[in-house]
Design a protein around this ligand. Structure first.
Ligand code: TMP
Length: 220
């Protein structure tokens, strides 16, 4: 357990297009309304330096990082974010809601890109200084629906390109997430979002949070 931790650490996970940002904002608002001190943040990012690393990772620059460099950049951003923002907030008793964390690295760089899962686990552990979420909410949507949303968001991209380049990768990542959830059912709660409205999904998130908060999960 992380030294000096008093708050409660919630992460939101899921493949791109599952509505994490919307749900994270609503969750922060709802927990604040109930009187919890809340910090909402994201990965990669959350500090000036980590946001710069995010820009490097997400821009389509002329030199693509090799998978190992990519992994280490996510790790560098995480180390900065944990040390500067997340750990101090938790030590002050805050509920930290973070969009994406170590599970993203396992799902994307591990299951998606094929890097060794044990190596990633070790790098995650080092980067996060041993900090792990108390609760992880995994938003799950069928990849078919995700591709439809991506096409809607970016009508310029043809369905074929998504199918050819993005879809197989997303499916591997999705499968990875489900395996991670199966291996850690106490921590990772799968929220099935297919066919559900934003508010309905939020109710599931809140119920999962209160179930854990009720266990006193933030004090250990
Ligand atoms: P976002 O747009 O959902 O915030 O995510 C940015 C991208 O970063 C998303 O495609 C997933 C990716 N990512 C990884 O590949 N590994 C990681 O460790 C993290 C935190 C994000």
């Amino acid at each position: 357990m992380h030294q000096g931790k008093k708050g409660f650490f919630i992460t939101l996970e899921g493949i791109d297009g599952t509505g994490k940002t919307t749900q994270a904002k609503l969750l922060a608002k709802n927990l604040k309304k109930r009187g919890f001190p809340v910090l909402l943040t994201r990965e990669p990012g959350g500090t000036l330096l980590a946001e710069r690393i995010r820009a490097i990772l997400l821009e389509l620059g002329e030199e693509k990082p090799v998978p190992l460099a990519e992994l280490l950049l996510y790790g560098a951003a995480r180390a900065q974010h944990v040390m500067k923002i997340i750990a101090p907030a938790l030590a002050a008793g805050t509920v930290v809601i973070c969009e994406r964390f170590s599970d993203s690295t396992l799902a994307y760089q591990g299951y998606g890109l094929g890097l060794d899962l044990e190596m990633i686990t070790e790098i995650n552990r080092i980067a996060a200084g041993g900090l792990a979420p108390d609760l992880t909410l995994l938003l799950h949507l069928e990849t078919e629906e995700i591709c439809r949303r991506i096409r809607q968001r970016d009508p310029e991209s043809s369905g074929d390109r998504i199918e050819a380049r993005g879809r197989a990768f997303l499916e591997k990542v999705q499968e990875g997430y489900l395996q991670l959830a199966e291996a850690a059912p106490e921590r990772i709660k799968v929220i099935r979002c297919q066919g559900k409205q934003i508010q309905e999904i939020q109710e599931f998130l809140l119920a999962a949070c209160f179930a854990k908060l009720g266990e006193g999960g933030g004090n250990g």
